[in-house]
Design a protein around this ligand. Structure first.
Ligand code: MF3
Ligand code: CO
Ligand code: CO
Length: 258
């Protein structure tokens, strides 16, 4: 017999646990903001986040040792699309950086990322960060029971391509809960009405990676870092989203934001 839902529907108790983990992840992004400045290394940002998550929040950074990932957060700079590994790189003025935090608390995951400017951004840097943020918002605004995954992807793709940017296809959003990555896959491109119709109680991330140039990416020799093939700037924002009876709830708002 096939299960009634291909995609897990969360109970209110599970949603509350994801909400708590999600709020913690967002709180880490708030906390790290003041540390993102010229002269700091991405390794230092990793250490500060790791300490905050493990000591203050009594929680677990999900990326650490996940499929061999060596650090507690992802730091993706400039033309890095995603999964950048914190290290010796020193931040400098005009860099743009995505910090992606996933926290496990009481067995449940919360996953969110934002872009940060190092000092004053260039016009191009600001523009790609703004377009990626609005791309995420365009996807979120569509979410309510009955819409399809294609509707979400289409809203993002239409906006981003309308701004002469491109949508990365090799990496996508994902269901989330007890597992870091579960069903369904959330593509950030698509056609209206295609794919699975979403239902209340589903929880998934939306996390479009938007390139200023072409959409093609390549994987570096460390087997994690994904960069744009044409070395154009790339930006990404991510929220964990609950489908409610009437629309959506963002589960990765910080205490400051909600
Ligand atoms: N947080 C990323 C996501 O949004 C996944 C990072 S996987 C890691 O899905 F291993 F690189 F941490
Ligand atoms: Co994610
Ligand atoms: Co993430």
């Amino acid at each position: 017999m096939s299960s009634p839902h291909a995609v897990p529907i969360k109970t209110p108790e599970e949603v509350e646990k994801i909400r708590i983990a999600g709020r913690m992840a967002a709180e880490v992004l708030d906390m790290i903001t003041e540390h993102v400045r010229p002269g700091v290394t991405t390794e230092e940002l990793n250490s500060i986040c790791h300490e905050h998550i493990t000591v203050k929040q009594q929680a677990t950074p999900a990326p650490l040792n996940y499929r061999g990932f060596p650090k507690s957060i992802c730091t993706s700079l400039n033309h890095v699309v995603c999964h950048g590994i914190p290290g010796e790189r020193v931040l400098k003025k005009k860099d743009i950086i995505n910090i992606d935090v996933t926290v496990i608390k009481d067995g449940y995951h919360g996953d969110t990322s934002r872009m940060y400017y190092v000092g004053e951004p260039t016009v191009r840097g600001r523009r790609i960060c703004d377009i990626a943020r609005t791309s995420l918002e365009k996807g979120i605004e569509v979410v309510r029971p009955g819409v399809t995954l294609g509707d979400i992807g289409h809203a993002i793709q239409k906006y981003a391509e309308g701004e002469n940017c491109s949508v990365v296809r090799e990496y996508c959003g994902h269901g989330i809960g007890r597992l870091f990555h579960e069903e369904p896959q959330i593509l950030h491109y698509g056609k209206p009405g295609e794919g699975l119709a979403i239902e209340a109680g589903m929880v998934f991330t939306i996390e479009p990676m938007i390139n200023a140039g072409k959409r093609q990416v390549k994987l570096l020799g460390d087997d994690w870092t994904v960069v744009t093939k044409d070395r154009s700037l790339s930006a990404q924002w991510e929220h964990t989203v609950l489908v409610t009876d009437t629309g959506y709830e963002l589960l990765t708002l910080s205490p400051q934001q909600s």
